[in-house]
Design a binder for this molecule. Structure first.
Ligand code: BES
Ligand code: ZN
Ligand code: ZN
Length: 496
């Protein structure tokens, strides 16, 4: 998709979107729009109040053009602008043409680079279609056409605006690529497919990817990952990605990201009920967020050293599956009593986190995982759970979440919760056996494997990676994490 910036009103508007906030200046803007396009001002004022995510189509005889007024509500944020543009783009679909104009000159926004980034990001995300296995020719969004072109009409520094628009586009393309993985079912997005995604992305955007196959995983001693994989038809993969900015000289801060890559979670022998089991194709949402952050960081050439680790397997049922009560080994050497085979994410993350701690001494270490139903029951679909002992890290992550609309909310990690994972027979057990405080005791379990990393945070994204977002009939991928992580990475400064 091409992007153009213009500093004057379009001479021949065809498909023009005018974003409008609900503020005091609105009626003046509407009057100007009415005059410009020769339409009755009072009717326009009657029908359009700029309520967030409302769309008013108007047709101009003068230009033979379609104009869409897009409501953004009061004091629109990055997230409201993004969501409104996404809704417009999704809803209008084919009614948009491959040449779209966004008119900030006729708008009452500040016309900042940030707003432009949000608009382009949303416009493109609106073209996302998860019907990738449909055999009939499905209608395609005009923005997916090769000739697609977005013209931005705006005052101000054109090169800053173009850069912001390109960032919006770069983010959206990465987000849609990982949404594809999350939406893909367990028989399509296998551990090997995840690894191939990373290899291809690394080649394209310039970061290294090393994939450990089953033999290498055995050799390395990633026993907890192997234990979860025992019931599977597909071999596991352990994906290690590393991006170092080309910038010479000053030391770059280093960030380690570990993502849960369970390509399908049946629960194993502690099997899940079947009513919602199909949604467990999304149990690699943490891995997807890590992939997306790696790719976008490399695309934007952020001045950091970023390491990503994704342990991947599905969690299936077979004669060889691990059984409740089994004691397994782990990469760290600590033994684990498996009380519930459905608490598999924490097992593979134990190996991922411990590998990250021992092989890469990063300034900060984050893990992202669709880890617990408990977190979904606590926050619904509105926020991910954040658990860390580092107050500054917590503040920074929550702030990045607010900025990007990918929210986080903190839960405690007090040592009183340690009791929940004490085992009689092994070093630790993977479940308390009681249906209370589940998100926290899962984090306490992970903590055991972090080698006491002082700047570790766990993000439980079970409720936010996959949701009913109005863009599909069933729940689908949200792309959660890519923007949050890239914002965090961009603003991260290591302690002196
Ligand atoms: N993948 C699930 C968590 C999950 C639940 C993700 C709902 C998305 C939506 C995880 O592996 C799991 O099954 N967790 C169990 C743990 C329990 C057995 C200790 C849970 O939360 O019920
Ligand atoms: Zn599970
Ligand atoms: Zn799971």
């Amino acid at each position: 998709m091409k992007l153009h910036i213009y500093s004057a009103f379009p001479k021949n508007p065809i498909n023009l979107i005018i974003p409008l906030a609900k503020n005091d200046g609105l009626s003046e803007n509407l009057a100007a729009i009415a005059e410009r396009f020769h339409i009755p001002k009072t009717l326009l004022e009657d029908d359009f109040s700029a309520k967030a995510k409302t769309i008013q189509s108007i047709y101009s005889c003068k230009y033979n053009a379609k104009i869409f007024l897009l409501g953004l509500g009061k004091e629109p944020t990055f997230s409201t602008i993004l969501q409104a543009f996404r809704k417009l783009s999704h809803q209008l679909g084919e009614r948009l043409s491959a040449n779209i104009g966004i008119d900030f000159l006729g708008s009452n926004l500040e016309s900042s680079p940030n707003e432009v980034e949000a608009a382009i990001n949303g416009l493109l995300l609106g073209s996302y279609d998860n019907g990738f296995y449909k055999t009939a020719d499905t209608s395609s969004h005009p923005l997916t056409k090769e000739t697609a072109c977005v013209d931005i009409f705006i005052a101000g520094n054109a090169s800053n605006i173009l850069m912001a628009a390109k960032r919006g586009q770069a983010a959206a393309e990465t987000q849609m690529s990982i949404m594809n993985l999350v939406d893909a079912p367990g028989n399509k997005a296998t551990p090997e497919v995840l690894a191939n995604w990373a290899v291809n992305s690394g080649k394209k955007y310039g970061y290294t990817v090393k994939v450990l196959d089953k033999a290498a995983i055995e050799e390395a001693g990633l026993h907890a990952l192997l234990a979860v994989n025992r019931g599977s038809e597909y071999p596991p993969t352990f994906i290690i990605m590393e991006y170092k900015s080309a910038k010479e000289g000053e030391k770059r801060p280093s960030i380690g990201l570990v993502g849960k890559g369970v390509t399908f979670d049946t629960g194993g022998l502690s099997i899940k009920s079947s009513n919602n089991m199909h949604f467990m194709k999304s149990d690699m949402g943490g891995a997807a967020a890590v992939f997306g952050a790696m790719e976008l960081t490399a695309k934007l050439q952020l001045p950091v050293h970023l390491v990503g680790i994704v342990p991947s397997t599905d969690n299936c049922v077979d004669g060889t599956s691990i059984k409740p009560g089994d004691v397994i080994n782990s990469f760290s050497g600590k033994t684990i009593e498996v009380i519930d085979t459905d608490a598999e994410g924490r097992l593979i993350l134990a190996d991922g986190l411990n590998y990250m701690s021992r092989h890469f001494d990063t300034d900060v270490m984050l893990d992202l995982a669709t880890l617990t139903g408990s977190c979904v029951r606590t926050f619904g679909y509105q926020a991910g759970g954040l658990m860390t002992n580092d107050d500054k890290l917590s503040t920074d992550l929550i702030a990045s979440g607010e900025q990007t609309g990918e929210r986080l909310w903190r839960l405690p990690l007090w040592d009183e919760y340690k009791k929940d994972i004490e085992s009689d027979v092994a070093d630790v057990r993977n479940f308390s056996g009681r249906p209370v405080g589940g998100a926290i005791s899962a984090a306490k379990f992970l903590e055991v494997f972090t080698e006491d990393h002082a700047h570790w945070a766990h993000l439980d994204i079970a409720g936010v990676a996959f949701g009913s977002n109005g863009f599909s009939k069933m729940r689908s991928a949200t792309g959660y994490g890519v923007r949050l992580l890239s914002h965090f990475i961009e603003h991260f400064r290591a302690d002196e």
